[in-house]
Every structure is written in C-alpha cells, then in structure tokens.
Design a protein. Sequence first.
Length: 559
Amino acid sequence: MNKPEAKPEAANFLKQIIEKDLETGKTAGKVVTRFPPEPNGYLHLGHAKSICLNFGLAEEYKGFCHLRFDDTNPLTEDTEYVESIMQDVRWLGFDWGKHLHYASDYFEQIYQWAEQLIKDGKAYVDSLNEEELRKYRGDFTTPGQESPYRTRSVEENLDLFRRMRAGEFAEGQHVLRAKIDMKSPNMNMRDPLLYRIRKVSHHRTGDTWCIYPMYDFAHPLSDAIEHVTHSICTLEFQDHRPFYDWCIQNVPVPAEPHQYEFARMNMTFLVMSKRKLLQLVKEGLVSGWDDPRMPTISAVRRRGYTPESIRRFAKRIGVSKAESLIDYDILEACVRDHLDEISHRAMAVLDPIKVVIENLPEGHHETIQTSVHPKKAELGKRSLSFTKEVYIDAADFMENPPDDYFRLAPGREVRLRNAYVIKCKEVIKDASGKVVELRCDYDSVTLGGKPTADGRKVKGIVHWVSASDCIDAEVRLYERLFSVPDPEDVPEGQDFKVHLNSKSLTVIKNAKLEAGLANASLEHRYQFERVGYFCIDSKDSRPGQLVFNRTVELASSLA
C-alpha cells in the first residue's frame, strides 16, 4: 500500500499576500522586506522570529531583506548594540549583503520632506510643553484640542523649524507636528509629532543634528526610499498604519510600500521588553545581556542553543494575526531535537562518589572504545579509561533502596555505561555519616553489554569516569529565570522581579568529566550522557579552566 503524499505546508497570510502581489504585478515582480531594529539594546527571541520571517520571506521569493537600523533616538543608542545586532543576524544564518542601511542615512532627505509638509500647510511647529501636549491630545474617551500654535503661518513655521535645526532652542521648547485631525478616534492621528529637539551626540552623525525625526515619521519614509514592498511589523503597530499611509500619501516619496502586521511572540516564563531586560542588567540581577538565563539572542547563543533550532522554532510556531502565548517547552523541544542530532556524547559526574573496584590490580588501566555519536559512525570513536578507581554520581547510589530501584545499592549490581557490571560489597562513610566511597567487584566478561558470567542481564546502567584519568571543570546548571509562566502577572504594588527564580543558576565547581573533554571546542555541543546537553561557555572558559553551560535537560522538567 502506497503511503499518502505529504501535504505541502499551508501558506501563512503573509505568503498569500506576497504571492497575490506577485501574481497581479502589484510589486513589479519584486519582494523587498526589511528588519529595522532600534540599536538601544540586545535583540531577544521575539526579534529572532521577526528576523527569520523577514529574511526568510525574501529568501523564499528570491528578493532582498534590508537590515536597517532605526537610529532616530541618540539618547539610548550605541555602536555596541549595532555590532551585537549584526552578529545576531549573521548567527541565525542570514546575510543582508549590500543592503545595510541606517535611518540616519536619510536624515537630510527626511528633513527636506518635513519642510515640504510645512510649505503644504500639513505640518506646524508647536510650542506647548510636554504636559500641555499630553493634555491637549485627549484620551480614548475625550477628543483632542487644537493647539493655539496650530494656526501659525507657513513662513513662521519654516523659520522656527530651521532655527530648531540650527540649535537655537532648548530641548522641549518646540516640536514639529503633522496637521491632521485632533478629534480622530485614532490617537495616532491627533497631530502626531514629526520632530523633537535632542541635543545629544549621535553614534553615527555626531553633533551634525540636534533635531531628530520620530520613529513613526522616519519609518515609512525610510521604507519608501529603500523601495520596500512589504513592511512587516507586529500587531501593536496596527493603529499606527493610518499615519504610515498618511506619510506615504503626503510626501513625494519614490515608492509606496504597504505595512502588514502579525502577532508578536509572547512566551511563558519570559519577559521580552527591552526596558525590563535592561533593568535586570543595570540592577545586577543577571551578569549581563548575554547571561545564559536571559532571552536575548546573545544569551541563548552562549547557553548553547543552535541557530538551526531557533529557525525550527520560528517555523513551528508559524505566523498569524491572533495573539497567543507560546509555551517555552516548545522552544526547548526544538533545541533538544537538534542537539540530539549533532551532539558529541561524553560522560560527566556532577556529584561524585568514588568507587574502588577491589578485584582489579593496582595501576590497572584499560582503554574502552565507544562511539562519539550512536547514530553517526562518521564521527568516529572516543576512548574511555577504565581504572581501579572510578567516580559515579551520588544520585546513582542508595543505601536502602526500594525493590524497583535498579541502580547501585549494597549487594546489588549495576552496569557502568559502555563498560562492565559492578557489584557493591561495602559502603564507606565519613564521621558525619555521609557516604564517601563504595567498594565493589567487577565482572570481567560483561564488557560491551554482555551478560554476567552466570548469564544474567543487569537492568541498571549508570555513567562514570575514571578517578585517575578525568578532568575537573566548572559546570553551570541553568533553569528558567522566572518561576511562573506569566512573570508580569504581579500583586498590586510589586513588579515582575518578584517572580525571579532564586534557583535559576547552580554552579558546580569540581565536576568530574571524561578526559577527552579537555579538548572540547566552542563549535561542538555535547550530550553528557544521562545528564543533559552542554556547551563550552564562550566567555569564561579557557584551557585548563573549563566551564560548561547546560543548554537544556534531556527531557522537559515540566513533563
């Protein structure tokens, strides 16, 4: 019986729009998208979805995706953020080629268009202070009021605007506003701000400018300059679209892009507000933007997530117009699935108990060959040293176990993974009663999974390392940064930090690792067998002082 053919992936609504535009010739056969981050912080997983979407659509339809920095607010921007964003986009596997742009590239053109709006009677200089501006704007139940400065003449507005550019006025003394409709039910159309004074040095233009365009004004005009065909953003900008269209219609732009909105990505156990993430960094609640507990792209990269797993995740959750809360388990499952495919296997004992194998001679050293990856023979073999003394994990021994316990206990047997069966004969304790050593015998015929000398099969398998031929390393076990699915659901008078997980990081200083991990590299991922997936810490690890980060557990902790 023939298997049914797999159904092609259903096109999301953005693909449907693009395909229709291509079919009708609306965009002259071109697809140009853009990813426009503001360089005022590090990108997070929500941005990763947008990167995958915008670059992915351009790639699929043989178009271009521009990387354009929205650098219109010099108060918060820095070249550090520009460089980190470029690194993040490249790490995710995308390349903007020659299409690298900055809103600041267009400052002169945007300024000239602002003057044109003034000449056309569609913009004016307002001298209300910040509190008055807020009051005159009204709210969702109260119509706005026209500013007393709204009737200034074209000549007066041009003079004031040019003097604003020349630096004659203090910050907040004047702003430039569009003249639209103060009674509009859409707050974004109530004479929105176009320019404000900022006497701050810009990271690219220095002190050339002291007035800067507002994002909602610069964004559509930048899209038009770059001939973007599909300007894709998240749903919170849906109410901004009428002003986007107003700008395109009232300025002599070289192209007429259109804005489309999709639902932003919200995830359990995370906050994805740059402001709140910056708060965690500034208050020292995390070690930095790249702390592996953070949801930033630089943080998950340091933790050991792979770009492939992030792209799989973005594809799996899809694109829609409906807001939803994505379970963090879905991301971890995508990470786990890819790591299982690529990770080199190794053994690590995080809480060691020494095992002395008494029926081995002193100085015994045996090399056991096993696979680097059980399903990838091309990765070759790795060598394990089997010696008289080994370490096993304390969790794999119980002095008074129940009947259904299949690990090591007094008088019971267990198999050392990839090696021999051992039987516990004696338990050694220190003065406090803590178990510090186990005396065992091994069965010499059981190498490679073979039955015991009398033909029995042993169920329990534990991981181990040679006590004399292992390395010490620091191992960092990361949990979720927040202890509840919705960290922003807080009691009155408190903030999201009340839900910080006090157990989000456990540091193990002297874990025992198999000797081959002395040559561990940043380019590889490792499955510590029976423990989890790990990577070398890119920041703190160095030869002779290795630090490993746990990327994800072998199975979901919430399962």
